[in-house]
Design a protein around this ligand. Structure first.
Ligand code: FEO
Ligand code: CA
Ligand code: CA
Length: 635
């Protein structure tokens, strides 16, 4: 989402704690001297850049005819490709879902329909030994609601009604729906599948598990156990685990709270560190749990990673407190060589951190049930990016280093509830808004999207965040030694610095082979396709004068750092997902908040994509992209 209201809450930054500018300058000068992308790779000593995958995954492998930068009300794809609409906001998820009527919305109807602002997309194959590319479960997050685009009559300043707020709560969360590929190659939802499910902010009961569950700081009037929560919200990126569960990351939860804490309330400092209450929405007017003056602990019950067993639609989702509490963006997992599972996560706020979680036990490939609570035990680490290209993963363990009663931590529950403050004390590296973090199991590399940070000053630059006023973001490649994702000492390098390569003022860095359409700004989501190629989706590319989209980005050989434009979103939309089927023939993309923009509303959106009907508002939608000749995407 647009992050303009998402102000820095890191006190280390407010206090000007970063003072290593000199060493950084040295590193940057060395890079400038060497110049070029491959030289930068060499400096960081990316000895295992070729990784276990022997075939290079350079953009030389992608042969589609690049599309042009630009803007407009419709989406664009290369010649020979088709994008089929799969699910739109309001579409049926069940046989009895009410027909979508944007002029008479109810929470009860929205609970049975596809939600708003689709973000993460997961695909879990059904049958065919886990590789089925014809039938699977699609897991889609619904990140937030664009109130003025959803409901009529709000442009004049009318305050949303109680029912409209309840609709918003039903439009958050996630959708699990079985889909199948039809004979002509298009996909369709299977409405009568027993797996179909909506998960929402207002209607889905879930439990808190792990070390923070039951903490006094999670107890409320309605839940004296500190273990039972209604709903999840602000579900941005996420993940699907190898054992068939869906991880939903709770991101900007602070925005849904209103009110003020009583003077001297013990949660005041904690809430301030998370920007609570954000006051972006009106839910707290009508629902006491979203008013911190009435329910001061409710914000501590959000900001977690939620795990959902998608193969058991009656199962209760679990908020896994082991993975910390912050503005979670993404939770992509990978199995390390020793069988432990590693989950990579970003905390999407200016000057916040990158994390990974390593399970204590190993993945059991035979007994699925043995994996269902794997994420309840393990170690959470936060990243410190060294000036020398080294990366230290520092454990967030109660009783170690500064994480003691002397600093207000009395248990691991406190460390997890206040993950950000714990990471502050460990000296983690404040980043330029960490978005998606994607491991490539075949190469041992991990791609980290840093979307932008215009508030970084010249005094605050460091090796991993090398630009002041970073308007366009950058992408970091982490190399886990010998593909060991559990490592606590890794290497890193910058893959590209985004922005216009033709404008030296941007300080961008691309492979010179990148065309005038191949560069972009504000990387947000990414995917590694079945052939190991990296794809980048943007949120905020309009700062470069063109709509958001999806680009292929080469990571190897002499093409490393070359972008190529593949998909252009309609006006106002960011691009999320992306997700490939195992056979590489379908690419699912989530087109989020089409029609958005300054001064837009339900009555006056910047596009009416995808229906283009006069009285129909724009609808966030998932599209399924395929080649019309049936070949693999991208080649
Ligand atoms: Fe919800 Fe960080 O994008
Ligand atoms: Ca986004
Ligand atoms: Ca995002």
């Amino acid at each position: 989402m647009d992050d303009s209201e998402n102000k820095t809450t890191n006190p280390r930054i407010a206090a000007g704690a970063q003072t290593i500018a000199d060493i950084i300058t040295n590193r940057l000068s060395r890079r400038s001297f060497l110049g070029g992308v491959s030289a930068a790779a060499a400096t960081a000593g990316l000895g295992c850049a070729t990784g276990p995958r022997s075939a290079p995954n350079a953009a030389a492998d992608v042969t589609f005819a690049e599309i042009a930068r630009g803007a407009g009300g419709d989406h664009h794809l290369p010649d020979g490709y088709a994008a089929d609409l799969l699910l739109r906001w309001g579409d049926a998820v069940f046989p009895d879902s009410p027909a979508f009527d944007p002029y008479n919305q109810t929470a009860a109807a929205q609970e049975r329909q596809f939600g708003y602002n689709n973000d993460f997309i997961g695909y879990y194959p059904l049958g065919a030994a886990g590789a089925d590319s014809r039938r699977g479960l699609l897991c889609v997050n619904h990140e937030y609601t664009s109130t003025r685009l959803m409901f009529p009559g709000l442009s004049g300043g009318r305050i949303p009604s109680r029912e409209e707020c309840a609709v918003e709560m039903a439009a958050h969360g996630g959708t699990i729906v079985e889909i199948e590929r039809t004979r002509n190659g298009a996909w369709r939802p299977v409405l009568d599948s027993r797996f179909n499910r909506r998960i929402t902010s207002g209607g889905t009961a879930m439990t808190l598990t792990g070390p923070a569950a039951g903490s006094d700081r999670l107890k409320t009037r309605d839940d004296p156990t500190g273990r039972q929560v209604i709903g999840t919200m602000n579900n941005c990126a996420g993940g699907v685990t190898p054992w068939g569960t869906y991880l939903m990351a709770e991101e900007n939860f602070n925005g849904n709270f209103l009110g003020a804490l009583a003077d001297g309330h013990p949660e005041a400092e904690n809430h301030a560190r998370y920007g609570v209450p954000g006051g972006w929405y009106q839910w707290g007017r009508y629902f006491d749990r979203f008013d911190v003056s009435k329910t001061p602990n409710e914000p501590n019950r959000f900001g977690w990673v939620v795990e959902v067993d998608i193969l058991d639609p009656t199962s209760m989702p679990k908020k896994r407190t082991t993975m910390g509490r912050f503005k979670h963006e993404g939770a992509e997992s990978v199995i390390a060589p020793d069988g432990r599972v590693v989950v990579y996560m970003g905390d999407d706020q200016r000057f916040d951190y990158v994390y990974k979680f390593v399970t204590a036990r190993t993945f059991d490939p035979v007994d699925r049930t043995a994996n269902l609570d794997l994420l309840d035990e393990g170690t959470l680490y936060v990243a410190r990016f060294g000036e020398d290209g080294g990366l230290d993963w520092m454990a967030l363990n109660f009783g170690e280093g500064p994480l003691t009663p002397q600093n207000g931590f009395y248990s691991q529950a406190d460390v997890l509830i206040e993950t950000r403050r714990a990471a502050d004390l460990l000296g983690a590296t404040p980043m330029d808004r960490p978005e998606d973090v994607e491991p490539d199991p075949a190469s041992g590399r991990v791609y980290l999207m840093l979307t932008n940070n215009t508030r970084r000053t010249a005094e605050q630059v460091d090796a991993a965040n090398p630009r002041a006023n970073n308007a366009f973001g950058h992408i970091i490649e982490i190399v886990e030694p010998d593909g060991d994702f559990t490592a606590t000492r890794s290497r890193w390098d910058i893959l590209v610095r985004c922005g216009d390569p033709a404008d030296p003022q941007t300080g961008s860095m691309w492979n010179p082979a990148t065309s005038e359409n191949g560069w972009f700004g504000s990387p947000d989501n990414c995917a590694v396709d079945p052939s190991g190629r990296l794809w980048i989706a943007t949120d905020g590319n309009e700062a470069t004068g063109a709509n958001d989209g999806l680009w292929a980005l080469a990571t190897d050989g002499d093409k490393r750092g070359t972008g190529r434009a593949f998909f252009r979103a309609p006006n106002g939309a960011e691009v999320c997902g992306p997700r490939f089927t195992p056979d590489g023939k379908t690419l699912f993309l989530a087109v989020q908040h089409p029609g958005d923009g300054r001064g837009t509303s339900f009555e006056a959106p910047s596009t009416r994509w995808p229906d283009f009907a006069e009285r129909m508002p724009p609808r966030p939608s998932v599209v399924a992209i395929r080649r019309q000749d049936g070949a693999d995407i991208g080649v």
